[in-house]
Design a binder for this molecule. Sequence first.
Ligand SMILES: [Zn+2]
Length: 279
Amino acid sequence: MAGVHGAEFEGIVGMVNLISVIETGKDLRGKEWSEISAVAAQLDRLILIPIVNPDGRIRVPLRMEEYRGTDHTVAEYLNTGGKPDGTITGWPQVKEFIPFDFTSGNFPGGYPNDAGINIQHDDFFGKRQPETQALFNLTERERPDLILNMHTGATYMIIHRPFIEPALNPALEQLFRCVQTGLALHGLQNTNDPKIEGDPGRAPLSVFNLDGALNLHCGALSVVVESPCHGYSMKNSNGDAAMHTPEMLLDAQLICHQEAMKFLVETGGRSGWTPGRKP
Ligand SMILES: [Zn+2]
């Protein structure tokens, strides 16, 4: 799923291109992805939700931002909102304003839905938003093994370590190794060294949020994947701008989907990750 945050476009673009690959064998640039076609055919079922938060997406009616080097202010304003004078609310300060007050005169950004709620941080055990409830109903019905929750906001693409059942940690770490190694071998990480980039110790630790809630709700391994942004670059460990062209951003999305699907086929899903105790 993508577009939980309406101004984070990379995951949406990746998913629309993934649909094209599955339907035609080629992404929307005409590039072939034979491994994706082969591995997708081995999955029982694949469910794609290109935009979880259409309210937030409509609020930021852009198809693409201008690239602004290391200046992230415009992207941050579109994401987290701000005051009419351009003062940015910022992250994580934006989490102080849930629900967002639409009478404030401030711009809400793409995070919340039209009820002012950031779905990633909904009231999961209380009054859930319709978008969250739809995800709960869908995952209850489908019982997915793996959920990829595609976001934007990293120097290089990275999977976060979610708040999940500890029994799923080995599977999370194997998924991390698969995806991050695939990205490193395609020049889409800080180094091309799979040992460094595939080390699960690098995974940033998430707080309890939508992914933890989905895991506790249906048992899925649900992870946030953060992409770099097409509108600006963050600085890498050398202090250099980690520039990603749109081509690289799309490649990263499709490699992530490809490696995650391969991981799923090779490991057999949830029942293989946490075998029950023998009677
Ligand atoms: Zn996000």
